[in-house]
Design a protein around this ligand. Structure first.
Ligand SMILES: *Cc1c(COP(=O)(O)O)cnc(C)c1O
Length: 369
């Protein structure tokens, strides 16, 4: 079976984890955790980071620290993974969904402005979809005008850049995910980063059961158990050392797809013009009226050959769980959901695997022409 984005771990990761175990710093905190946080902050060009048990936990704490809660709205792109919206709901805030730019899948700035005007918004959470940064030059000034903080959901975008700035450096705070299918993994984990030491300290405090600094257990806030363990941080340190190489590998795979689909009528690669993308997932968008075949047909053909693909995220405003949520939609996200397909993009795919996928796609195209 060829997977969409399988973990890419090897000898370096084994060595780091073995060393963490041998050091005796098994749980919970330890020197690898501190070092991992410093490495992450350096990579994103921000001064402070806290490593957490998941990207979802990081979104939850970030939203709490920015003031999301009952009686407020949090603006979330409708085209995202459910975790972005769920984190808003955990705080008691109401998610309000905003559609995307059809060319990139990222938050539509004009619609965002409209939603900000009409709601009491505590935070905006732009998502850097599939490793391409949202349009911060447009988004940040709009949010500034309304005095609303931005929490960057860079769960998919570690290592990407926008202009001369790394993903994870935009807004009041930013979030990464190290889930198993992301660009790098701690088997499960996440992080929150910010320019503000106060904000990161607050999240670190909430992530470790909100304990007051006294010997008996004293609590003045409801806390959470959201900290990453030292052993997993060691895995993260090894992965971070290899991040550049893993991004290069994904970019090389994307270039192979770009060459294969070049000139095929009705097919575009979503956001592939962005040289700053980390190329997390390469996604084709297929206009069946032009191509004569659909993304779903290609998916079925590849599935028959044990090659995993996946539609673009089903938009949040179409999810049964959010049926009652307010939303600002143009149909762009729905169309990407219906016509898009993410292709195997993992950096652990060897040359033989990539050739197998490309041959399977080429055979499908030949049969349809
Ligand atoms: C993966 C992902 C998350 C959640 O991260 P976890 O570490 O799996 O909790 C949040 N937002 C987006 C856009 C994601 O892709």
């Amino acid at each position: 079976m060829i997977f969409l984005s399988a973990p890419d771990v090897g000898a370096l990761e084994q060595a780091y984890v073995a060393e963490a175990l041998a050091s005796g710093w098994v749980a919970p905190a330890g020197p690898d955790l501190d070092a991992f946080e410093r490495d992450l902050a350096d990579r994103a060009g921000v001064p402070h980071a806290v490593a957490l048990s998941s990207g979802t936990a990081a979104l939850h704490l970030g939203l709490l620290a920015l003031g999301a809660g009952p009686g407020t709205a949090v603006i979330v792109p409708t085209l995202t993974f459910a975790a972005t919206a769920n984190a808003a709901v955990y705080t008691g805030a109401e998610p309000v969904f905003v559609d995307c730019d059809p060319a990139t899948g990222n938050l539509d700035p004009a619609l965002l402005a409209k939603a900000l005007k009409e709601h009491d918004v505590s935070a905006v959470v732009p998502v850097d979809l599939f490793g391409r940064c949202a349009d911060y030059d447009a988004i940040l000034p709009i949010c500034d005008r309304y005095g609303v903080p931005v929490l960057e959901d860079a769960a998919e975008a570690l290592g990407a850049v926008y202009g001369d700035r790394p993903a994870g450096s935009f807004g009041s705070a930013a979030v990464f995910s190290f889930n198993g299918n992301k660009i790098m993994t701690t088997s499960g984990g996440g992080a929150l980063l910010s320019e503000s030491k106060h904000l990161v300290d607050r999240c670190r405090y909430l992530s470790t059961q909100a304990r007051q600094p006294v010997v008996h257990y004293e609590h003045t806030d409801v806390g959470y158990n959201y900290r990453l363990s030292n052993v997993l941080a060691a895995l993260g340190r090894a992965q971070l050392k290899r991040l550049g190489e893993m991004i290069d590998r994904r970019r090389a795979i994307r270039e192979r797809y770009a060459k294969l689909f070049d000139g095929v009528p009705g097919v575009t690669l979503l956001g592939a013009d962005d040289l700053g993308s980390n190329c997390w997932l390469t996604t084709v968008v297929v206009d069946p009226d032009e191509s004569g075949w659909s993304a779903r047909e290609l998916a079925a053909s590849l599935a028959g050959l044990d090659i995993e693909t996946r539609p673009i995220w089903k938009p949040m405003h179409l999810q049964p769980v959010f049926a009652k949520a307010r939303s600002y939609v143009t149909g762009a996200a729905q169309r990407l959901f219906e016509t898009g397909l993410a292709l195997p993009s993992g950096s652990s795919l060897g040359p033989v695997d990539v050739d197998r996928v490309l041959t399977a796609v080429q055979n499908f195209l030949d049969a349809r022409q």
